[in-house]
Ligand binder design. Structure first.
Ligand code: RB5
Length: 150
């Protein structure tokens, strides 16, 4: 199950992202917003991140105007590695090397077709593990201890 959330600035990408879920036959949970009325992106980043961190949802895709604010909010939830991507290469490597569990997109940055490509690549790329697992663990150690053993 993939959670999908956005503020008003990211709403324009919701339908294109849902098209990719449908093409890949992936179940999703759209938690809002579903209105163009101005709303606070931290709320949506937080709600989506909670569902991923709790294990209720395997991954999350969140959108705001830039993808930046909503990713910052999501990344404050323990266990979340949320990446803002505006290109396919970063999307691929954020899964292969960083084991990102959330993707953030900017509705005022990427168009719907590019957003669809990014989402498809991000969803289809597995984590490579090995040396990358060590590095991801280091990130999670910083989160847990607020320091890194050097
Ligand atoms: C809302 O206008 C905008 O600030 C928001 O969507 C996002 O871009 C924040 O990072």
């Amino acid at each position: 199950m993939i959670v999908l959330a956005s503020d008003h600035g990211g709403l324009i990408l919701k339908q294109p992202v849902i098209e990719v879920f449908d093409e890949l036959k992936l179940p999703y949970r759209d938690i809002g917003t579903n209105s163009t009325e101005s709303t606070d992106y931290p709320l949506w980043g937080y709600k989506a991140a909670q569902l991923v961190a709790s294990g209720e949802c395997e991954k999350g895709i969140v959108m705001c105007g830039t993808g930046v604010g909503i990713s910052l909010a999501a990344n404050k939830v323990k266990g979340i590695r949320c990446v803002v991507c505006s290109d396919c290469y970063s999307a691929k490597l954020s899964r292969a090397h960083n084991d990102a569990n959330m993707l953030a997109l900017g509705g005022r940055v990427v168009g719907p077709d590019l957003a669809k490509m990014i989402v498809r690549i991000w969803l289809e790329t597995p984590f490579e593990g090995e040396r990358h697992a060590r590095r991801v663990k280091m990130i999670m150690d910083i989160e847990r201890d607020q320091k890194l053993a050097l």
